[in-house]
Structures are given as structure tokens and as C-alpha cells.
Design a protein around this ligand. Structure first.
Ligand code: FES
Length: 125
């Protein structure tokens, strides 16, 4: 019936995807879908990327030494309480995040491991 699909080896994939070999510590996902965008999520995303880049914490094409990836995501269901920001692998979902909250999230959570409780609305772990 179905023939086994021939996939590249993990080593071959790693040569094409440097992030596979990199020791990422966390991912920060900022929802940029319609409702969060209407509440300023693009500015939140920019605040994260600017500060993380300034502190050499951001993994990106220009500098692959950072250990945090900051990316956009689609709606996660926090539409009425966004902008939503999710931090993994911690499974912490923040709501109502503004650009002014970003330094506190970076300092307390991403650097110190202590989530900013006043903004936490859901935990997956
Ligand atoms: S639009 Fe961001 S959670 Fe729905």
C-alpha cells in the first residue's frame, strides 16, 4: 500500500536548520491575529524583539547566539483579553500585555524564571 517515505536524516536536516543544534531556552509567542493586533500586539512584539536584541538574548538570523526565540502566533483564544503573550516551555500565557510590561516580563520571567503573576491568565504545565 503506502511506501515508506524517505526522509533526510536528522543530521542532514540540522545542516539546513541551524536552530536544531542551538540551545534555545525559551520561546516567546506574541499573538498578532486580528483582536490582539487591534489592541497593540505589534508594538508588544517590537518591544520584545528590540529589548531582547539589545541584550543579545534574541536568537535571530543576524545573531544566532541568543537563547530566546520571539515569534508571532495566530489566535489562541485570548481575543477579548489580548494582547496575548505565551512563554514556552513554561506554558505561561499572559494577557493584556503592553509594551511597558515587556521589560518586567524579560527581567522577572525570562531572566529570573519568575512569571509576572499580575498578567498570567493560564498555565499549561
Ligand atoms: S486574536 Fe490574539 S488570542 Fe485571539
Amino acid at each position: 500500500m503506502d511506501e515508506a517515505r524517505s526522509l533526510p536524516s536528522p543530521e542532514q536536516d540540522a545542516s539546513l536548520s541551524p536552530i536544531m543544534e542551538h540551545g534555545l531556552q525559551r520561546q516567546v509567542l506574541v499573538c498578532t491575529a486580528k483582536s490582539c493586533a487591534a489592541n497593540g500586539s505589534e508594538a508588544v512584539l517590537e518591544a520584545f524583539r528590540t529589548r531582547l536584541m539589545a541584550e543579545s538574548m534574541l536568537f535571530h538570523k543576524g545573531d544566532r547566539t541568543g537563547d530566546i526565540q520571539c515569534i508571532t502566533c495566530g489566535s489562541v483564544g485570548f481575543c477579548a483579553i489580548g494582547p496575548a503573550v505565551l512563554v514556552y516551555p513554561d506554558g505561561v500565557w499572559y494577557a493584556h500585555v503592553t509594551p511597558e510590561d515587556v521589560p518586567e516580563i524579560i527581567d522577572s520571567h525570562l531572566k529570573g524564571g519568575v512569571p509576572v503573576e499580575r498578567l498570567v491568565r493560564k498555565r499549561l504545565v
